[in-house]
Design a protein around this ligand. Sequence first.
Ligand code: SF4
Ligand code: SF4
Length: 388
Amino acid sequence: MARDDWETVAPFPETLAEIREANGETYRYCYQCGKCDAVCPWNRVRGFSMRRIVREASFGLTEIESEDVWRCTTCGTCPQECPRGVQQVELGVALRRVASKYDVFPAGARPARAVRASLTLEGNPLNEERARRGDWARDLGVRPFEEGMEILYFVGCYYSYDRRLRKAAAATARILQRAGVRFGILGEREGCCGESVRKTGAEQLFRELARANIKTWIDAGVRRIVVSSPHCFHTFRNEYPEFQVHFEVLHLSQFLRDLLRDGRLKLTGSVPRRVAYHDPCYLGRHNGVFDEPREVLRAVPGLELLELSDARQRSLCCGGGGGRIWMDTPRGERFSDLRLDQARDVGAEALATACPYCITMFEDSRLTREGEGLPAVLELAEIVAEAL
Ligand code: SF4
Ligand code: SF4
């Protein structure tokens, strides 16, 4: 079929333009081998075909109103397996941009649209007040960031507001204080990094959030940033440079590893537990940070580190990326359930990770499966703080 022919049958004219912009030419290299479907975690819980999405997109014939457009968690597993270099994640995001432009959201994706108002008004997706962003740090002796401090601790939305994750933020503050790190937070001057909402197709909103953070950092004299969330890490490191800025960004696991190596952080308390480590997609597969969190866990006295059956590059996604954290996933289709089973199968007493979405997904799974003897869920900082 000639290009002009398939353009005339495209149901949404912008679809083709968006697809081309998102390296659309790569979709035409797809030879339908199906490797993407073979490795996609969805096919462990229900049918889903990225291969079909690529094929339809290459003709501009995607059904924009389909729930499948919203299913990909952007975990990054299929792009690393594709023999033709197809960029499936970028394609999925491009399709969501088209859906957003036409305001076409199937029922399952509506929560991803709903968070946009809260992000626009309050700078977080959780319907919380901007003014309360720094409340978690009250009474913990955490200082506002000032120019000249060693690092900015960029806390992130979930660690700032979510009751479960605030414990991890408090643990982080305790560790940094014990190591003598001169750090500060921005409190209400901090806003969402914008990573996940961008993956739902809200490009303009992402740009506004990114510009606001960048301006704040420049005004405050920030140079070095430590983040708890791999999603903040990914976007600050790989996407904010689109705005011609370059800040030094470290994930907390990297910074803790350095503090331990330099002898600034000493762990003396024992944590006698069998702990399995889960690689978050945006820390591991997308950014290659596999060893640092493991090195930190190995430095914890008494802790026995276990490996899950799907680890490192082949880590099984928790299900929360790509904006799925805001969407409802029915029981029986949650990757996090499978991950907890894997942790139990290797004899772990706790499943450790270093991502707010993973923690949220795993804790949700544990709640709905109470009484099944599943391991505890712990954030890396919580384990380290226990060993101080
Ligand atoms: S793995 Fe790549 S070439 Fe194979 S079907 Fe998927 S997108 Fe096409
Ligand atoms: S990026 Fe992950 S969730 Fe998305 S289609 Fe590929 S394997 Fe499936």
